[in-house]
Design a protein around this ligand. Structure first.
Ligand SMILES: Nc1ncnc2c1ncn2[C@@H]1O[C@H](COP(=O)(O)OP(=O)(O)OP(=O)(O)O)[C@@H](O)[C@H]1O
Length: 578
């Protein structure tokens, strides 16, 4: 019952259609049982001459009319059943998928740390498909069959209670067998779906790491892991099917023993003269017709249990609290951190950090690897919420600003650039979806992209392919800068934009960045300290704390961590590969 409630709660629109669908299936079932009554009545009339009685043609015509009416009702009910059921199942799946996609967008990044991409894909595609299937193929027949079997049972009790008892006496035992195995069924379903998820993760890992696997000759090792996951999935799937199959078969066998009991009881009652031929025949026909829906209930119940796992996973996902905030955006863009502490899991990455980043100036973040530079920029953009302290922009605590609104204040150039399988024009337009073609091209020119884009087969209309694999690292970064220029946000976060580039590309990128940062509040994470010697302010982080701050000259004079890092880099320029 709880499973059904959960399923219905997933989509209001779908559940309304589903109710109509269920009503239609019930009607179809009842019509098909009534048509048996009509046929039996016609036969009993045809057999009358054997008892030297006259056929009642009035009754025959009435039965014929009822038969035609039932056929018409059956046609419309079946049509409605089909339409409403399928509309509702696809609506529910669409609603769930859209709700998940919408909710996922607002999740704090901590959720992505604890859940793999394969898990999200499984939730959005696999679990929703499972709900789709259960709403189209399990729930309507299950409810409708239960209603129609109950109605038949009640009618039969009034018609002849002895026949009713013989028809339904095995039913409670069959249900007990199914219910007694509910726990086992749940365990097996859970295991199979977990194995399915593991297999998806392994396939994704294998495909994503294919370059690495080839270069390190890991094909053997990695495919062993993949094979193991797939074998485990096969085993748990077979286990689930076999054990469920055995339980269902036993329950169905017990139920069908009722046919023999009905024949035995009916014949005895008839030969004993306590039941007429017609009611006895009717009971025998009904036993065959009503067992169809009951057998299907016995099969559908375990399948519904399987859906419960998917429904629960989707409910859990939708229950994750998104980041919220009601305050309006600030008018000023100076950034201040007050005693900020943050840990990804347990280890503190930012430790009681306080600092100021002035508006309209360039501030560089430097420090040894792992000192928390990237983390700090992610906290400023509210990808994560701080554990203690606060971060303010223009005096407003960012925890009180809706993250999506807040994002409009930032243009971010990440180290790894994501490109979509779309035209160059549309890939840049991600910075501002309302920008005209001319505006996109202007941003591309400022970001030094125009030259290489013009050389592409179809210029700005060239489709980049899967993640823009055909572009060089420098070209990807320039596209990313063009996006940021197009967004024209007041705060720029630059994450190592010039790392690992050849000198020519670096000159292009520096020119692109100069266009981007003009008049903005800029935070740049720099590993190449030579690129930031002229910036307004340098913040040196060490183990999540502010070690030093000042201009390049001030910091060199201080002869502390910055001076050490700078001198090390200057020395490393003299290194050669022997
Ligand atoms: N998503 C994450 N989940 C868990 N730990 C993380 C995550 N991202 C970073 N860390 C850890 O937090 C610490 C700080 O990482 P961060 O990337 O902020 O440092 P960084 O100074 O930018 O380093 P680098 O210069 O090498 O990029 C590191 O120990 C890192 O392993």
């Amino acid at each position: 019952m709880k499973t059904l409630k959960d399923l219905f709660q997933l989509s209001d629109k779908a559940s309304k259609n589903l109710e109509k669908g269920i009503l239609a299936v019930t009607l179809t079932n009842i019509v098909s049982l009534l048509s048996v009554v009509v046929v039996v009545n016609i036969f009993s009339e045809i057999l009358r001459p054997l008892d030297n009685e006259e056929i009642s043609w009035n009754k025959m015509w009435l039965m014929l009319l009822v038969g035609i009416l039932l056929a018409i009702v059956n046609y419309f009910a079946a049509r409605n059943d089909y339409r409403k059921t399928y509309v509702s199942c696809y609506t529910a799946a669409e609603d769930s998928r859209l709700r998940i996609a919408e909710t996922v967008r607002k999740f704090p990044m901590s959720v992505f740390n604890s859940k793999s991409l394969a898990e999200f894909t499984t939730n959005i595609m696999g679990d929703c498909a499972s709900i789709e299937h259960s709403l189209s193929h399990i729930v309507p027949p299950l409810i409708a069959d239960t209603i129609s079997a109950t109605i038949v049972c009640i009618c039969l009790i009034f018609f002849d209670w002895r026949m009713a008892v013989s028809i339904f006496c095995t039913l409670p035992i069959s249900f007990l067998i199914i219910l007694a195995n509910k726990k086992l069924q749940k365990k097996l379903s859970q295991r199979q779906l977990t194995d399915k998820l593991k297999a998806s993760e392994k396939i994704q890992e294998y495909l994503e790491g294919i370059k690495l696997i080839k270069s390190y000759n890991l094909a053997g090792n990695k495919s062993v892991e993949l094979e193991k996951a797939l074998r485990s999935l096969k085993d748990s799937s077979i286990n689930l099917e076999m054990k469920t199959g055995v339980v269902i078969s036993v329950a169905q066998f017990v139920l069908q023993a009722g046919i023999g009991i009905t024949v035995f009881v009916g014949t005895n009652l008839f030969t004993g003269g306590s039941i007429a031929l017609l009611p006895m025949l009717l009971s025998l026909v009904v036993v065959c017709r009503v067992y169809g829906p009951i057998l299907s209930i016995l099969t559908l119940l375990p399948m519904l249990e399987h859906t419960l796992v998917s429904t629960r996973r989707i409910k859990e996902l939708l229950a994750i609290k998104p980041m919220t905030g009601e305050e309006t955006l600030p008018d000023a863009y100076d950034i201040s951190l007050e005693n900020v502490t943050f840990a990804y899991e347990k280890t503190k990455v930012i430790n009681n950090l306080s600092l100021e980043i002035p508006e309209g100036k360039v501030t560089a973040l430097v420090g040894p690897s792992g000192s928390g530079k990237s983390t700090l920029t992610k906290l400023i953009a509210r990808f994560w919420d701080v554990d203690a302290g606060r971060i303010c922009i223009g005096g407003k605590d960012i925890k009180n600003i809706d993250p999506e609104n807040l994002m409009s204040l930032f243009s971010i150039v990440f180290q790894d650039v994501t490109l979509f399988n779309d035209t160059v024009l549309n890939n840049i337009r991600i910075g501002n979806v309302n920008a005209s073609d001319e505006e996109v091209m202007r941003a591309a020119k400022l970001a030094q992209c125009d030259e290489f884009i013009q050389k592409m087969p179809e210029g700005y209309n060239t489709v980049l392919g899967e993640n823009g694999n055909t572009l060089s690292g420098g070209e990807r970064q320039r596209i990313s800068i063009a996006r940021a220029i197009l967004k024209d946000a007041p705060i720029i976060l630059l994450d190592e934009a010039t790392a690992a580039l050849d000198p020519e590309n670096e000159i292009h990128i520096q020119a692109a960045i100069s266009s981007l940062v003009e008049g903005k509040t800029v935070i740049v994470i720099a590993h190449k300290l030579s690129t930031i010697v002229d910036v307004d302010n340098i913040l040196v982080l060490d183990k999540g704390e502010l070690a030093e701050s000042g201009t390049h000259t001030q910091l060199l004079l201080r002869n502390g961590l910055y001076a050490r890092l700078y001198n090390l880099q200057e020395d490393s320029k003299k290194w050669k590969i022997a």
